[in-house]
Design a protein around this ligand. Structure first.
Ligand code: SF4
Length: 380
């Protein structure tokens, strides 16, 4: 089976309605009186249409549809660690949607924390989530179509990391990000996915890339199925996205397009190859990056600042230097010009220039890169 629909008409409401009708309708998973968690991606403080967060217009249409079925929609999110979720939800326009439709909106960082065992988890055994998540009868996963420096893409599977409040998200990174995402989805499995591909993001995603006008809605019941279709649309191979493979092996949908029931616009007619984030890593010639499963907060800020340094011609002074990042980072004793990024690398602080923070703010990374240029320039 594995139905999935792609819709592109230029009208968001029409596209969501059409895509849902083609796969069997919201009523397939929602009954009257159900509490329905609508989980957008509001990872940071960005405006609708930026391609970085789910467009509030998409969430608005879904909320209205859930109400029409006699169910109770609740919008909920925890933004990336280091951001204030309430501010992010305000900037995204989600509070306006909640107000207009008189529905509840929950900042998971302020919600009651609940411990949940991860059944058959490969790397996670237990996580702390919140009351709103465990009390919901149905989860509608509403990701936005983006590339991601650490995981290749961030779509429905990755969006579920937002059910973990505050620093709990870091636990997934410590455990092993890609397998952790699959583990999370096996316990907090979305009942339906409605992916916002109106404006996506390519390049240095999830937050520092370039917006891409796509005008698409992609809907299906399984996160792996929808993510695989979106990944194909973005010009990448789903089999090369590790968390998609892990989630597929846990039975969370189909990864092979040939085994799906595809409705609406054919993939080839809407395909647009997204610039992959890891291509940019190779562009910093003479600099080595040792990444031990870093969070996107650390990684994107570092890459963004290295990019600025490159554009300004400040990168030459950092030739032959090594940047370390992430909780599982391994130190290379042969490297003499070291920059340690984020609190995860504090244990290595004595071996080079340490950049404090979890994640360190962009301006601190910039200052420290300049300090590293001065200090490391003369070092052999
Ligand atoms: S220091 Fe960076 S990589 Fe480590 S937990 Fe914090 S944000 Fe994640």
């Amino acid at each position: 089976m594995h139905p999935v629909a792609i819709s592109r008409s230029g009208n968001i409401e029409q596209d969501i309605t059409k895509a849902l009708d083609e796969i069997g309708g919201l009523e397939t998973v929602i009954s009257k009186g159900d509490i329905v968690l609508c989980k957008p991606n509001v990872q940071g403080s960005f405006s609708p249409g930026s391609g970085i967060i789910t467009d509030a217009k998409v969430v608005h249409v879904i909320v209205k549809m859930v109400k029409k079925l006699g169910a109770i929609p609740v919008i909920g999110e925890s933004s990336v660690h280091g951001r204030v979720t309430e501010e992010c939800l305000h900037a995204s326009g989600m509070y306006e949607v909640a107000k207009k439709e008189s529905v509840k909106i929950v900042d998971f960082d302020k919600d009651e924390v609940v411990r949940v065992p991860i059944t058959k988890g490969t790397v996670l055994k237990e996580v702390r989530t919140v009351k709103t998540v465990v009390e919901s009868d149905v989860i509608i996963d509403i990701p936005v179509m983006k590339t991601h420096v650490a995981t290749g893409v961030t779509l429905a599977l990755k969006n579920m990391k937002g059910v973990l409040p505050r620093r709990e998200k870091a636990k997934v990174h410590f455990a092993g990000l890609e397998e952790g995402i699959a583990d999370l989805n096996a316990t907090f499995t979305p009942d339906i996915v409605i992916a916002d591909g109106i404006v996506g993001l390519e390049g240095l995603g999830p937050s520092r890339g370039t917006p891409v006008e796509m005008g698409l809605i992609v809907a299906g019941f399984e996160p792996v199925t929808v993510d695989s279709v979106c990944t194909e649309i973005m010009g990448m191979d789903p089999n090369e996205i590790k968390h998609l493979e892990y989630a597929y092996s846990k039975g969370l949908g189909e990864i092979d397009i040939d085994n799906m029931e595809l409705y609406g616009a054919p993939i080839d007619t809407v395909k647009r190859t997204f610039k992959e984030p890891w291509l940019q890593l190779k562009e910093f010639k003479g600099i080595e990056l040792i990444n031990g499963n870093a969070c996107s907060g650390c990684l994107t800020e570092l890459l963004r600042n290295l990019e600025y340094a490159k554009i300004d011609g400040r990168l030459d002074d950092l030739k032959n230097s090594t940047f370390y990042i992430g909780p599982d980072v391994q130190f290379n004793e042969k490297c003499k010009k070291n920059v340690l990024v984020g609190n995860c690398c504090k244990k290595l602080a004595e071996f080079g220039i340490f950049i404090e923070g979890c994640p360190p703010p962009g301006y601190v990374i910039r200052e420290k890169i300049d300090e590293a240029r001065r200090v490391l320039k003369t070092k052999s």
